[in-house]
Design a protein. Structure first.
Length: 277
């Protein structure tokens, strides 16, 4: 009986042990499967985290790039606006300069017209056939050059009677132009000159100039406000003082007719300064 019971217990234990082994094997298999799933999930999670970081970095880059584009657009708008303003100012400046240039050209044209009219008037009054009387335009200024032998005796500053006929013609032109000035320049040759009254060629040239001015004022009725006497001695010769004929050419009186249009010349000077800015 005891043997029977012992046998049954052995059989029961053996059967129980077999079932436990199967269960353990089954649990181990499930554990392995679970571990594999966990490893796969971990790998996928890590991949997702990596992708998330990459997306976050790309998002930050896109945000920064978008911000830069917005700022660039604002700067471009400002630059475009400034460019348009500068262009408008440049066009206005060009218009102003064109206007100034036109005004300057008109002024110069007016000056040339005045000069031409004056030359024509002088040639008509004085005549152009006398070789001792020359009417010219020099640097925009009209002048009459009268040879010394028509006005004075040698070494003298007394105006001859014959000279007054020539001066009367000049006076008629000056009197008809109250807005003009008349500068009378005395010129001598280089031969040193001295007398009881005159000290040198400077003195002689000035005395001759003032003598002509007095005739124009006292005898021919020219307004003294229009008259300017000047002596140049022998320092502005026409030719070299190396022969009697050349010295005769240098002994002369030069009457310069100056349009008294100070405001006109002031305007030219002002416009030239404005153009240089």
């Amino acid at each position: 009986m005891k043997k029977l019971i012992l046998s049954l217990l052995v059989i029961a234990f053996t059967m129980t042990s077999c079932r436990s082994k199967k269960k353990i094997a089954s649990l181990e298999a499930k554990n392995k499967e679970t571990q594999d799933l966990l490893n796969t999930a971990t790998i996928k999670l890590n991949n997702c985290l990596t992708e998330k970081k990459a997306f976050a970095d790309q998002l930050d880059y896109l945000k920064k790039n978008n911000s830069d584009l917005i700022n660039s657009s604002k700067e471009l708008t400002v630059l475009t606006s400034k460019g348009a303003t500068n262009l408008e100012k440049s066009l206005e400046s060009l218009k102003e300069k064109d206007l100034k240039i036109n005004r300057l050209q008109d002024a110069l044209t007016k000056k040339d017209s005045v000069t031409l009219a004056l030359v024509t008037s002088l040639k008509k009054e004085v005549g152009i056939n006398d070789p001792d009387i020359k009417i010219n335009v020099e640097k925009g200024v009209v002048f009459i050059s009268i040879a010394d032998n028509l006005l004075f005796k040698s070494g003298s500053y007394e105006v001859s009677d014959g000279a007054k006929n020539v001066l009367a013609k000049v006076a008629r032109v000056i009197n008809s132009k109250p807005d003009f000035e008349c500068m009378v320049e005395g010129h001598t040759d280089s031969v040193p000159f001295k007398s009881n009254v005159l000290l040198d060629n400077w003195d002689l040239s000035v005395k001759r100039s003032t003598a002509i001015v007095r005739v124009l004022q006292n005898d021919l009725g020219v307004d003294p406000k229009q008259l300017i006497p000047a002596g140049r001695s022998f320092y502005v010769p026409l030719v070299d003082n190396d022969s009697p004929s050349n010295r005769a050419k240098n002994r002369r009186t030069k009457i310069i007719i100056l349009p008294k249009i100070d405001q006109f010349y002031d305007m030219i000077e002002k416009e030239m300064k404005n153009l240089s800015k």
